[in-house]
Design a protein around this ligand. Structure first.
Ligand code: GTP
Ligand code: MG
Length: 234
């Protein structure tokens, strides 16, 4: 059959095949990102359970996951100036799979981060610490791009997930800011911007107050706190 085709037909045949492979990959991607989120969520839940049993409390309030809408992925590729291809999507868009972990106390965020760094079944790709260095508007969160391995028929494949880790107070502020931002269709009046920044400072001082109270109630010193808990996670 193949030797009956001339070279131009053969080229068309190969081109079609390649397109088909890309189409299949495009259809498969949401499933792969969802599987990566499920895997990661299971790992975090296991840590959470272990922490709770050994330490008597759960540091994590809740975990949310989401897959980015195809429309938003394409808009982001366009905004970043990349051609709209499946390869560019996988390479340059790091937040197709997103996980938000909300903690009671900021210190526990760093304990989880230290633990994630030590594991060899996960790869940390990038860390952006907006807790140590808040954004000018006051936004605080620890953003981690992490790769999660999936064992598939085709072999092992590492999928990227963006984790946003923040406290309840940081989460409350970010949700409100997001709502207001959209309400004003991104044209937020300057006095609202100022008040939001002030509110972020209030959220930060609430976190600091809770940290002081925790130390007092649990009767642990600043030095002992991360040490005793991080042992549980190692
Ligand atoms: P992207 O190309 O959009 O990922 O830009 P970036 O990598 O510079 O963004 P960054 O990692 O700083 O933040 C990405 C995500 O964090 C956003 O999609 C939001 O979910 C969240 N985020 C960042 N800044 C803010 C903020 O000021 N307010 C709120 N509510 N959320 C924010
Ligand atoms: Mg980002």
């Amino acid at each position: 059959m193949l030797n009956q085709l001339d070279s131009s037909e053969l080229y068309q045949f190969e081109f079609g095949d390649n397109q088909l492979r890309k189409l299949k990959e495009w259809k498969k991607l949401p499933m792969l990102y969802q599987l990566a989120l499920d895997e990661l969520k299971n790992k975090i839940k296991l840590i959470q359970t272990e922490w709770k049993v050994l330490n008597g409390y759960s540091p994590i309030e809740h975990i949310k996951t989401r897959i980015k809408e195809p429309k938003s992925i394409l808009e982001k590729l366009e905004r970043k100036g990349y051609e709209l291809t499946v390869d560019n999507m996988v390479t340059y868009i790091h937040d197709i799979a997103g996980m938000r972990i909300v903690f009671s106390f900021a210190q526990d965020i760093y304990l989880l981060l230290d633990h994630l760094k030590k594991r060899d079944d996960l790869k940390i790709i990038e860390i952006k610490d907006y807790i140590a260095n808040p954004k000018p508007n006051g936004y605080q969160s620890l953003h981690v791009i992490i790769a999660v391995p999936l064992t598939l028929f085709e072999g092992q494949r590492w999928m990227k997930v963006e984790i946003q880790m923040r406290t309840l107070a940081m989460d409350f502020w970010a949700s409100m800011e997001h709502i207001l931002f959209y309400k004003y269709e991104k044209q937020v009046p300057s006095h609202v911007v100022m008040e939001l920044t002030e509110a972020a400072r209030a959220a930060d001082s609430l976190d600091k107050k809770m940290h002081r109270l925790r130390k007092e109630i649990m009767g642990v010193s600043e030095a002992a706190l991360p040490q005793s808990s991080s042992n549980l996670l190692s």
